[in-house]
Design a protein around this ligand. Structure first.
Ligand code: AMP
Length: 419
């Protein structure tokens, strides 16, 4: 067991991590362009934060949280998502007193005790953004546009954007009543979970995946049918702005975010060809959340995209990743004296900003040359007794096979200039 990681966790190994770095570089670039600053919050918080900030009735909080008591008898949970923590930090650091909107992004591990399957892990990574302090539909459209821009930059194809509006608490109480009246005659036909949702959170019945529930709720009134004037105008505004920059979407009236503090825009992005776990990101507006967590009434909106699922989708779509950074120089040595000299040279090469390697396990010259090839390094230096006596090194340019004898004290400069 000691040699196995806990179920639902993954090691990201050398060879694989380069893909993550590539995507993370794109994230940092796009976030800079869209005006987002990075925020890093702790991976654990007081459990209460998630009860208030994600919601008691969500599967994530009800069933999937890693919760434990610390030695000071406090209930602590590993974060199942990052929005609640970002909101806490916004309130704790009084960012509401600085110019609005405040735009932050994060990349990090999240933890959910879910049933493990392809694309569903217990530790996984999300990239997400949050915008605090504006209710303007332009913010909703910008956030959605940024997510789509990001997928495009990765080269992803066959991506579907689903959007909806869940309205404000007023629209939702009207919807709740209509939904109750509509579903009541078929209450006994709903799945057990939806029966409990019926009073607690009936809106979630609309996105239940159980066949029997889908049958009864197929023509049920949706939140979009019950939007008040202001919310309808907001939704139209978001759609118009998306149209204006050519972002296509599907209005999916069954897409809901089922808690009281979720408002207006909800969206989800699906990759058509990754099977059951096809959601590669989702988000929405949460104008009641900041107050719910203890801050002043402040609007907010955000999304979270699953990193593992993005990488899987890219791989399935045959998108190639650029190679990681190459080794610039490998020094092959013959004999102890040459090894000591190589040790100094490697140190100096690295000091000038070059990636340099040498043999550290006593390989034969032939095996060292093989290793240099494996590194796909740009230059190989050969250093033996004879070269040391002459005070030179043989430098081979691996791209064209050209060799030059270079005085030892000029090696660093010679290679730096060639690169
Ligand atoms: P959510 O926070 O549930 O809206 O999820 C946002 C995104 O995170 C999803 O679209 C998935 O891509 C990803 N995600 C959620 N849960 C998991 C999980 N257990 N394992 C891997 N990725 C996940």
């Amino acid at each position: 067991m000691l040699t196995l990681g806990p179920k639902g966790t993954n090691d990201i190994m050398p060879g694989e991590i380069e893909k993550w770095h590539y995507i993370e570089d794109i994230i940092r670039k796009i976030c800079h362009e869209y005006g987002y600053s990075e925020i890093r919050t702790p991976i654990f918080e007081h459990t209460e934060l998630f009860h208030r900030g994600v919601g008691d009735t969500t599967d994530v909080v009800e069933k999937e949280m890693y919760t434990f008591e610390d030695k000071g008898k406090r209930s602590i949970s590993l974060r199942p998502e990052n929005t609640a923590s970002a909101v806490r930090a916004y309130v704790e650091h009084k960012l509401y007193a600085s110019p609005q909107p405040v735009k932050v992004y994060y990349i990090g591990q999240m933890f959910r005790y879910a049933n493990v399957q392809a694309g569903r892990y217990r530790q996984f990574h999300q990239f997400g953004v949050e915008v605090f302090g504006s209710r303007d539909p332009a913010v909703d459209a910008e956030v959605i546009a940024m997510a789509m821009d990001f997928y495009n930059r990765l080269g992803l194809k066959e991506i579907e954007l689903h959007i909806n509006s869940v309205g404000c608490p007023q629209c939702r109480s009207a919807h709740r009543e209509e939904l109750h009246n509509y579903l009541k005659p078929n209450f006994d036909g709903l799945c057990k979970l939806c029966q409990s949702r019926f009073t607690r959170n009936p809106m979630r019945i609309l996105d239940c995946k159980e066949e029997q529930c889908q049958k009864f709720s197929k023509d049920a009134p949706t939140t979009t049918d019950c939007l008040c004037e202001e919310c309808a105008v907001h939704f139209e505004g978001v759609k118009k702005l998306l149209d204006s920059i050519g972002i296509s979407y599907i209005v999916d009236k069954r897409l809901v975010r089922g808690l009281d503090y979720y408002t207006n825009t909800a969206f989800e992005i699906m990759a058509r060809d990754i099977g059951a776990q096809s959601s590669i990101g989702g988000g929405g507006r949460y104008d009641g959340l900041i107050e719910q967590v203890g801050g002043p009434p402040t609007p907010g909106i955000g999304y979270a995209l699953g990193m593992e699922r993005i990488i899987t989708t890219m791989e399935r779509q045959g998108i190639s990743f650029p190679k990681g950074a190459q080794v610039d120089v490998f020094i092959a040595t013959l004999g102890e004296k040459a090894k000591t000299k190589a040790f100094q040279l490697v140190y100096n090469l690295r000091g000038s900003g070059l990636a340099a390697e040498m043999d550290l396990v006593g390989k034969s010259l032939k095996a060292q040359m093989k290793q240099a090839n494996r590194f796909e390094c740009k230059f190989t230096l050969i250093l033996g007794e004879e070269e040391l006596e002459k005070g030179i090194a043989v430098v081979r340019d691996m791209a064209n096979g050209e060799q030059a004898e270079v005085p030892l004290q000029e090696v660093v400069q010679y290679i730096a200039e060639k690169l």
